[in-house]
Design a binder for this molecule. Structure first.
Ligand SMILES: *Cc1c(COP(=O)(O)O)cnc(C)c1O
Length: 430
């Protein structure tokens, strides 16, 4: 029963493109109408028709503690009463910045902004300002927000010109964005051999989680560090997803590779719009008003968002065991899928990030990720939804497990996977 959601969707489509404010929410990849959410609590999300689901989207990552966590909500309420925004510095901004810096020592200085897109956009400008170079290297299948210079895909054939990944992105804007293949160091070396002296930075998701979850192969991140050093380019980790999720100190702690610059988002706002970028002091001192790289924001470091971020990081800091528990719980789900579907699928999991790809290939990069049969994923998604389990409505997104997921939730999820497994195998593989 999704009558209310369907009604709301029809009305919304009249006034917003696709009825949504961010495309993946429209559920196009799974060929059905989206659910309109009424409220959420803990691990559960409730739609406009009152249906309850175990939520594994968790707002695409911020919800590591689950929904409407009492302590976070209280901090937000209390802050609201004292004013929503001042456009002037507050102590809270210092407290949050300090908390981030203690967890990620590579961020000697940082700045708070409002979205991951903004953080990446700004960090690229800083990298260019610092090095005096224009080009950047990104990886096919990695997502860094929707700014012009990063909505880029590789042209056909290696080392050809990159092309815009969206209408409205001028070719001129992206001529400085070079595209390499994830987990393929040779593709990075090739770009640097040709244009290394013009490359300001390599930007990478240390664990790719926007083409489904793709883990860095052993040595990949270290090699990027080494190449960046060799050419005096900067290494930027986009930790918008992995920051505070893979470990307290993010992927840079997990893999012990130190980037020059880092972007954060999602968890840092505890569910409110908040992001950050930062890194080595001498680089960050390029930013205005100290330096001549301009970046600003009316609502940057907003007190309400900052309060939610502080409380979330505080709770995570008080429970360092959380990461091990999340990893174990996520692995249980991953192992169940492997058991049920066998080598018909590739399951990639690390910490509380997981994807199942409906392909027999080992998924290590964009090419192998898109070998997945998205129709099979859609069937799996729809069947799980029918059993009260809300997964990412796209093959190319991660599953997010939160600290609010109980053993009962996991058991229910595992049972659902086992039950649909046989059905889907009969249906899809005959
Ligand atoms: C979500 C995401 C972004 C963009 O963040 P927004 O807040 O949606 O603008 C950037 N980089 C990565 C790795 C992301 O997952």
């Amino acid at each position: 029963m999704h009558k209310q959601s369907d009604n709301l969707f029809e009305k919304s489509k009249e006034i917003m493109p696709g009825g949504v404010n961010s495309p993946v929410r429209a559920f196009q990849a799974v060929s059905r109408n989206p659910l309109f959410i009424h409220h959420a609590k803990g691990s559960k999300i409730y739609d406009a028709d009152g249906n309850e689901y175990i939520d594994y989207v968790c707002s695409w990552g911020p919800g590591i503690l689950g929904h409407a966590m009492g302590q976070v909500v209280k901090a937000v309420q209390k802050t609201c009463e004292n004013g929503l925004t001042f456009g002037a510095p507050t102590e809270k901004e210092y407290i949050l910045a300090k908390m981030v810096q203690e967890r990620m020592p590579s961020m000697e200085m940082l700045r708070l902004v409002n979205s991951g897109t903004e953080a990446v956009m700004s960090v690229v400008r800083v990298a260019r300002g610092f090095t005096g170079r224009d080009k950047i290297v990104k990886f096919r299948g990695c997502y860094h927000g929707h700014s012009d210079g990063l909505l880029v895909k590789a042209g056909s054939g290696a080392l050809t010109q990159s092309v815009p990944d969206s209408l409205g992105v001028p070719k001129d804007y992206i001529k400085n964005t070079l595209v390499a293949e994830y987990n393929d160091i040779a593709s990075v070396e090739a770009l640097f051999e040709k244009e290394g002296k013009e490359i300001a930075a390599i930007i990478v998701e240390p664990v790719a989680a926007n083409m489904g979850v793709v883990l860095p192969e052993k040595g990949f991140l270290q090699s990027l560090r080494e190449i960046a050093d060799r050419y005096q380019s900067l290494l930027v980790f986009d930790e918008v997803i992995t920051g505070f999720r893979l470990a307290a100190g993010g992927a840079q702690e997990y893999f012990q590779v130190k980037p020059d610059l880092t972007t954060l988002g999602k968890i840092i706002g505890g569910g409110m719009p908040m992001a950050a970028y930062g890194g080595r002091k001498e680089i960050m001192e390029m930013v205005a008003p100290v330096g001549r790289v301009y970046q600003a924001g009316t609502l940057s470091g907003n007190p309400v968002a900052t309060a939610a971020g502080i409380e979330t990081l505080k709770i995570l800091g008080q429970q360092p065991e959380i990461y091990e528990e999340l990893a174990q719980n996520t692995k249980k789900i991953a192992d169940t899928i492997r058991e049920v579907f066998g080598d018909r699928v590739c399951v990639n999991q690390i910490g509380s990030l997981m994807s199942v790809f409906f392909t027999e290939e080992k998924v290590i990069d964009y090419k192998s990720a898109v070998s997945s049969d998205t129709k099979k994923y859609a069937a799996y998604f729809n069947d799980m939804l029918g059993r009260g389990i809300y997964l990412a409505p796209s093959q190319f997104e991660s599953m997010f497990v939160s600290a609010a997921h109980t053993q009962e939730d996991l058991q229910k999820t595992i049972e659902a996977i086992k039950r649909i497994g046989e059905k889907l195998i009969n249906l899809l593989y005959k």
